[in-house]
Design a protein around this ligand. Structure first.
Ligand SMILES: Nc1ncnc2c1ncn2[C@@H]1O[C@H](COP(=O)(O)OP(=O)(O)OP(=O)(O)O)[C@@H](O)[C@H]1O
Ligand SMILES: [Mg+2]
Length: 482
């Protein structure tokens, strides 16, 4: 008899595609499930909202209908990039915030899980890029909540990718994660010592698959225009025709990974009518060469910034859909040879790692010190390095020693704590200077990894309390059971 079925979910909320991976645990047996679309691919992170009816289309439906929807709908690709926008849009008399739009993608991910397994995905571990701002983290959490998903924990995308390939990478102490997706290239140099994963350096570019598709689409357009003798700029074509060309370009790009030619046909390409073009691999490799070179430079730069030197990088892990680009693989192979590791399912890797960490979570520890710099420049430490930060809070009480009518807290910390701690923020807290008066300083770290300090006199109301939020907290992740 089954003693209970448990599900753990990991979500890679990508710029272009979002992937949900689940682990089902039953009687000590574990099975992993990729919740893809009907073709088994991750779900496009796209939302289309009908301008008159307000109907919402997401995922593969919205992607496939891109051409027909682009006139009737407001089409929002790359939802993740607009997450911190304060703008609202009115579509079919309804106000849409960035959170509302992102929540539609989460709803689709949830519906996909329900369709496949009949299970409600109520909580998940969600992978986010390194340096994803706290505003974006808060908004992503809200968007998931709106869709009925509680974000149990965030995990950085490179850490998730590292963990997904742990068996292969466990003996490596420094690893480069090269994640080239649809919207961004993110390179992280990760140090791994006894299960402690910290990021030594990160670099990135907003040039990835979507940009490449647009570039190829423009070149195919130029070929057609030349052949047919009608000069119209690609950007002057109707938006539906542009979209159609981008979709074809994306498909051709993937085909040229395996084949030396790819043929595209469009029945009705605006004034050009029916078009058919055969694309050669060499032509394609020339077009993407600048982006491939840029991506390789980004990796060099991250290695340089990490200060460890190429000789000490044990493995270079290629993840993300755009890492499949053949011209990239050829160059990488020539330059890095044996160091390269190319996991089998690059598009699912980050989601997979997130799901594994949902099942057996690790914990975050502070990688820095935060304290108060006192008037004699001595340092009173509040948060010590290597402190487990989940649910961390600390309260301290201070008496007033001088005659001022305010208590000043100068927050500071790493890097050089003893001689002169870096100063982050000064809070001036109104006080009465009574003998029995105390200034209470409450500090805590929330689920979005924001360090909050609230200081106030125990004799004054809350409106005289002062707040500081520190969003740049440096942490490392300790893998489970290591
Ligand atoms: N075989 C392939 N060859 C080249 N590019 C590919 C291939 N397969 C997928 N891609 C491209 O990979 C991109 C999507 O990758 P991925 O799903 O990793 O992105 P993402 O995680 O959504 O984006 P990001 O990481 O930027 O947030 C798309 O641009 C897609 O065209
Ligand atoms: Mg990605």
């Amino acid at each position: 008899m089954a003693t209970g079925l448990q599900y753990f979910f990991g979500i890679d909320f990508g710029t272009t595609n979002s992937a949900t991976v689940g682990y089902v645990v039953m009687d000590q047996k574990t099975e992993s499930i990729q919740y893809g679309d009907d073709e088994g691919r991750p779900i496009p992170s796209v939302v289309a909202i009908d301008k008159t009816t307000g109907d919402v289309f997401t995922g593969r439906t919205a992607w496939d209908k891109k051409m027909e929807l682009s006139e009737s709908c407001v089409y929002i690709p790359s939802v993740k990039t607009i997450l911190d926008s304060e703008q609202t849009r009115t579509i079919a008399s309804k106000e849409w915030t960035a959170v509302d739009i992102a929540s539609e993608v989460f709803k689709q991910l949830k519906a996909n899980v329900k369709k496949r397994t009949g299970i409600d995905m109520e909580r998940a571990t969600v992978a986010i890029p390194v340096g994803f701002s706290s505003t974006k983290r808060i908004k992503l959490r809200k968007a998931a909540q709106k869709a009925g998903i509680d974000i149990h924990s965030f995990i950085s995308e490179p850490t998730a990718a590292f963990f997904a390939n742990y068996n292969e990478l466990k003996s490596s102490s420094v690893v480069a994660i090269f994640d080239w997706g649809g919207g961004t290239l993110d390179v992280s140099i990760i140090q791994h010592i006894n299960g402690k994963v910290s990021e030594l350096a990160t670099t990135g570019k907003n040039i990835a698959g979507d940009y490449i598709d647009d570039k190829i689409a423009k070149r195919i357009h130029a070929k057609i225009a030349r052949k047919k003798g009608i000069e119209i700029a690609f950007t002057d074509m109707p938006s539906s025709a542009q979209d159609m060309m981008r979709v074809r370009a994306e498909r051709a790009k993937r085909m040229l990974g395996d084949d030396d030619t790819a043929t595209i046909s469009i029945n009705n390409y605006g004034v050009y009518g029916a078009c058919r073009e055969t694309l050669e691999y060499d032509w394609f490799a020339d077009i993407v060469d600048p982006e491939v070179t840029l991506a390789m430079e980004c990796l060099d730069e991250a290695i340089h910034q990490s200060g460890v030197g190429l000789a000490n990088i044990d493995r270079i892990v290629l993840v993300g859909g755009s890492s499949n680009l053949r011209p990239l693989l050829e160059k990488m192979d020539k330059k890095y040879g044996d160091k390269l590791f190319f996991p089998e399912e690059t598009m699912w890797n980050v989601g997979q790692g997130a799901a594994m960490l949902a099942m057996t979570p690790g914990s975050y520890y502070s990688n820095q010190s935060i304290g108060i710099v006192l008037s004699d420049n001595s340092y009173y430490e509040i948060l010590k390095p290597d402190t487990a930060i989940q649910g961390w809070s600390h309260t301290c009480h201070f008496g007033i020693v001088d005659s001022s009518k305010e208590a000043r807290f100068v927050f500071g910390g790493s890097p050089d704590i003893d001689s002169s701690p870096e100063k982050y923020k000064t809070l001036s807290v109104p006080a009465y200077r009574f003998l029995q008066e105390q200034i209470v300083l409450q500090t805590s770290i929330d689920q979005n990894m924001v360090f909050t300090a609230v200081a106030g006199s125990n004799m004054r109301t809350e409106e005289f309390h002062r707040l500081w939020e520190y969003t740049q907290l440096k942490c490392y992740y300790k893998l489970p059971g290591r």
